[in-house]
Design a protein around this ligand. Sequence first.
Ligand code: 26W
Length: 824
Amino acid sequence: AVWKSGLRGVHTEVPSIAKSIVNHVQTTLARQAYNLDNAGAYGAVAHTVRDDLIINWNDTQMHYTRKAPKRAYYLSLEFLMGRTLDNALLNLGTKDAYKESVAKLGFNVEDLIDSERDAALGNGGLGRLAACYLDSSASQEIPLWGYGLRYEYGMFQQLIATDGSQLEAPDPWLTHANPWEIPRLDVTYDVRFYGHAERFDDKNGIWSGGQEVVAVAYDVPIPGYATKNTNNIRLWKSAPKRGFDLNSFNAGDYERAVESSNSAEALTKVLYPNDNHMVGKELRLKQQYFWTAASLADIMRRFKNTDKPIKEFPDLVAIQLNDTHPTLAIPELMRILVDEEEVPWKDAWEIVTKTFGFTNHTVLPEALERWPVPLFQHLLPRHLQIIYDIDFEFLQAVEKKFPGDREKLARMSLIQEGMPQYIRMANLAVLGSKKVNGVAELHSQLVRTTILKDFVEFYGSSKFGNVTNGVTPRRWLDQCNPDLSNLITETIGVPKTTWLKDLYLIKGILDKVDDETFQKKFAAVKRKNKERLAAYIHSTLGVTVDASAMFDIQVKRIHEYKRQTLNLLGVIHRYLSIKALTPEERKKVNKRVVIFAGKAAPGYYIAKLTIRLIVNVARVINADPDTAEYLTLLFLPDYSVSLAELLVPASDISQHISTAGTEASGTSNMKFTLNGGLLVGTVDGANIEIAEEVGEENVFFFGHLAATVEDIRYQHAYHPVPVEQKSPALARILNEVSSGRFGDAHVYEPLLNTIRQSDYYLLTDDFDSYLEAQKMVDDIYSKDPIGWIKRSITSVACMGKFSSDRAIMEYAEEYWNIERVKLE
Ligand code: 26W
C-alpha cells in the first residue's frame, strides 16, 4: 500500500529537509521565512527533526506492541539530558544533509545547535547516567522506557557574585516551547494523597478520601544510533483534578478557590538541587509518590492490554529503581495487586520481588533516604500499613534464621526506632527487589560489606552484584570531539557506525601508538580542542589562556568528599613555589591552567565557601605578574552538560580525588580518559577499573586506600596529630589563607577548620602524596612529551569497557532477562 511504501519517512535529502523547515516556519511557528532569526530557524529545524523522530518512535512502539517482548522500565527522578538537536542528527545520521539544508536557508547549523537550552532535569552523576542509559538502550535495541518528572524548573543556574560566592537563579527552561516533547493530554492518572486507610485480615485494604492530583504524560523520543529503534521517556506533569474549587469561587473567595489547584501544580515545579544529601521535605516525598504511582498505573495498563494473567507480570515487566528515590513503587505495586487486583498477599509479594531491581549509587550515610513515620502516616497511610506488614513478615524470617539476635533485627528492620521513627528506604528497596547492584567493583564490594552486610548474610551473595557504570560514546566522543572520532575511524578502518556501537574496536589505534604521523595528528586534535576551550574562556570570562600550557580540570558537584579543597590547596602550593623561584628558574616550570567548575547545593555551607575561596584565590594568582606565565586558575560558572562537552575533550589531566571509598563510581573520569586526558586520582570508584584497563602506569594514583580510611579516622579521633606535624607544607598553606593573603581572612575559617579539626575526608593524610603525584605529572609532561602522547593514545585505545552499551547489555542479560527487539 502507498502509506507503507514510505510516503512519510525520515527526512534524508537536502531539498525535502529545506522544504520541511520552511513549512514549519510558516505553519508551526506562524512566521515569515524572510525575516527569520536564529531562534526561529532553530525552532523550525527542531520541528523537522521532531517529525523524523516521531515516525521512528511510532514504528518502534507499534513493533514492540506487536511482538510483546519483556520490557524494562527505568525509574529515575533525574534525567540530565543536555541538548537534543545535535545528538538527534548524529543518531539519525542526517547531520550533513541538515547542515547543507540549513546553509541554503542562510544559517549555520552549529550556531543553531548552540542556541538550544540544556534540559537540566538532574543534579549530576545519577541523572547523567540515566541519560546515557537511554541512549544505549535505544542504540542496542533494548525495549526500555524511562519514567520521570517533567520539572518546570531544572537545575538552578549558577551565578558568581562579586565577592566570589555562588548565587542561584531559576532555570525556566520551558518558557520557549519545547519541541522535543509530545504532550499526551489524554494519558492521565489520578494520584491520591492523605485520606483514610483501612486494613483487613488478609492484609488487603482500602484507601479513600484525601486529595487527588492528576498526572499528565509528556513523551520524549530517544533515538538510537544508526538504528530506527526509538525509545521513550515518559515525564509526568502534575495538574489539579478539578480546575478550582467552585464552592469557594461562588462564595467570592477566589484565593481559596485556586489554593488547592496551586498546590497540585506545585508538585512538579522544581527539581530538588541536592546531590548525595537527603533533605526530608514533604514536597519531595510527594514528588516521589506522584511519579511512582503514575508510572506503575501506566505500566499496569500496558501489561493488561496483553491479556496475560497477572502472575505473568514479571515475565513481561522489569522495573529498575535508580537509587532509592522510586522505592515507593514497591508498596505501591503491592497496593495495586492486593487492594485493586485482589491478588493474595503472598502471591503479590512474589510478583513484586520478581519485578524490581535496585541500583545503589552511594554509601555516604547522609545520602541514605529515611522518611519520618509521622509524615508517611499523614501522606500515605495505606502504604505505611503495607510497609508494616512487609516488615513484620521479614523480621519473622530473620528471627528464624538468626534466632535471638535482637541487634541484627533492629538494624535490618524497615523501621528505625526513635522519636520519631524513620522508614529506611534502602532496606525496603532490598527486600522488594530480585537483584541489587552497585556501580563499580569497589563500590559494590563496599555495599556488600558495609551498608548491606546483614542482608548479604540473610539472602546470600548472589542477590548482590555489580554493574560498572558507562558513558555513551556517541555524545562523549563522536559529538563532543568529532576530530578524534574521525581520526579513530580513518586509523582503524572500521566505519564509525560500527565502532561507536562496539567500543572495544577502538583498541585498533594501539597499532599506531609508535607511529609519528599518527602521534602528531592525535596531538593536533587535543591542541585544537584546547584552543576551542580557550576561546570560550576568553569570550565568557575575558581571560586569555595559553593553549600550549597543560590543562588541568576538575569539574563535578562541589562536595567535601570530592575534595575540591585538596586540589585548591595544591594550586596554592604551586603558586607559592613558583613565586619563590628566580625569574631564571621559573623558565623551567611546567605551565598550567587549572580549571574548576561545579555547583554547590544551595544549603551546603562548606561547599559554597569552597567556591568562594577558589574564586578569590584565582583573583590573586591571576593578577600576579611573577607567576602569570606559569599558572592560571579559573572557576567557570554554571557547569552543565553542554559545558562538559567543551571541557572533556580539552583536558591534559583531570582530577578525580575523592577520599578512597566515597565516590561510588564517577563517570566523568571515563569521559576525560576516553578523550585522551590522563587521570590524577585516588584508588576509588571506577578510577580503579580504568587503571586496570589502560595500565596503572598511565594513571597518576595517590593517597590512602579505602581499607585504611576507617583506621585513620579512628586515629584522628583518639590520637590526633596536628597538621604542622603531618604535613608542614599543608600547614603553611592553611596559614597563608588564614592570614588573609587571598582576602576575607575570617570568612574561610569554618572551611579551614574542617581540615584542622576532624578532617573527616583525610586531606592532611593525603596531601603530600598528592603533591608527589602532581610532580610526576609535571615531570613527564614537560620532559617527555612523546611519552605523554603515547600514554594518552594508549588510554583512549583501552576504554572500550566504559561504553554504557556494555553496561546496559549487562543489565538486560543479567538483571532483566530482556532481549534485543530490532525494528527492521
Ligand atoms: C536524597 C538525596 C540524594 C540525591 C541524589 C541522594 C543521592 C543522590 C544521588 C544517588 C547522588 C549521585 O548522583 N551519586 C553518583 O552516582 C553516579 C552514577 O552512578 C556515580 O558515578 C557517582 O560516583 C555517585 O556519586
